[in-house]
Ligand binder design. Structure first.
Ligand code: CP
Ligand code: NVA
Length: 323
């Protein structure tokens, strides 16, 4: 069994940013998870951990957020630093100032930049023109912080990461893209069940296939929810219409109707399968209340873990020596 505290001791963390988990090795991911567990324990025992004393994090949002915003803001505060919430409508970025200039200016004030936005290229440019760590708080393409919290939750419940099967039922979106990468990096089988035309990004599937060869895991994409969920240890879903797709909501509700995670569908997974959802959730649409509020659901532990993972990411990226 994987013991993160023992197995990660010698691992060196060499990352400077978090744009996509594809840039991370399995060891980097384990290192984040081990640091999350360490900081979670300190938090639980009320042991102060001001590792980022005096440091500041710019938090740019061009999309809504509850968990990402609050967990990052609380995390940097508990680490002894300060987070600035920057709604893109309130800063000049929203009026057309370039990412290039924003990156250069913020790098003069801040020790890190976390951004939630549409275009993954904006993050690439923040890295290119800025000089401080950049963290992806969700783009149309990826949601790596979420998947690290998911992996932590799975590890805490199942005691391992490989030799498990995760079934993602729903839209081939940012969350499923990042799950494809995260799972195949750590050796977990992943099976996606989505309607025709809503498959995850082809490039991401190719990357996941490559990763799976190295980690000895399996990737399966199918248009049948039942086929995808069979014998899963973890069942995961997300909204049918992501932020920015509001106009497609009605069409998507029709197209996704047979991909709702309900008790009947869940019964095809293993008896001890757990249910995860990144939240926000819409009961009666992608998941029934019976499932998300039922005994197999761990969605609030998963949401809590965003805080501990965020702390670990910032500690590793923004502190001298990453300790
Ligand atoms: N899961 C997640 O990222 O939630 P928010 O959109 O509330 O940040
Ligand atoms: N796929 C969803 C995730 C929200 C956390 C979205 O992008 O809106």
């Amino acid at each position: 069994m994987l013991d993160l505290k023992v197995n990660t001791k010698e691992f060196i963390f060499n990352q400077r940013h978090l744009l996509s988990l594809q840039d991370y090795t399995k060891e980097d991911i384990y290192k984040v998870l081990a640091k999350s567990l360490e900081l979670k324990e300190k938090h639980t025992k009320n042991i102060p951990h001001p590792i980022l004393k005096g440091k500041t994090l710019a938090m740019i949002f061009t999309k809504s957020s509850t968990r990402t915003r609050v967990s990052f803001e609380v995390a940097i505060k508990q680490l002894g630093g300060y987070g600035l919430f920057l709604n893109s409508n309130d800063i000049q970025l929203g009026r057309g100032e370039s990412i290039e200039d924003t990156a250069k200016v913020l790098s003069r004030y801040e020790d890190g930049i976390m951004i939630r936005t549409y275009d993954q290229m904006d993050l690439v440019n923040l890295v290119k023109y800025g000089s401080v760590p950049v963290i992806n708080g969700l783009t149309d393409m990826y949601h790596p912080c979420q998947i690290l919290a998911d992996l932590l939750t799975i590890y805490e419940i199942k005691g391992q990461l490989s030799v498990l099967k995760l079934a993602y039922i729903g839209d081939g979106n940012n969350v499923s893209n990042s799950l494809l990468i995260g799972c195949t990096k750590v050796g977990m089988d992943i099976s996606i069940g989505c309607p025709k035309g809503y498959e995850p990004c082809k490039n991401v599937v190719s990357m996941a296939m490559e990763n799976s060869k190295a980690s000895n895991s399996k990737v399966k994409i199918s248009n049948s929810a039942i086929e995808a969920i069979k014998d899963a240890d973890i069942v995961y879903t997300d909204v049918w219409a992501s932020m920015g797709q509001e106009e497609e909501e009605a069409v998507r509700e029709r197209d996704f109707a047979s991909f709702q995670v309900n008790s009947k569908l869940l019964s095809y997974a293993k008896d001890d399968a757990i249910f995860l959802h990144c939240l926000p959730a819409y009961r009666g649409k992608e998941v029934t209340a019976e499932v998300i509020d039922g005994p197999q659901s761990y969605v609030f532990d998963e949401a809590e873990n965003r805080l501990h993972v965020q702390k670990a990411i910032m500690t590793l990226l923004m502190s001298e020596g990453g300790s």
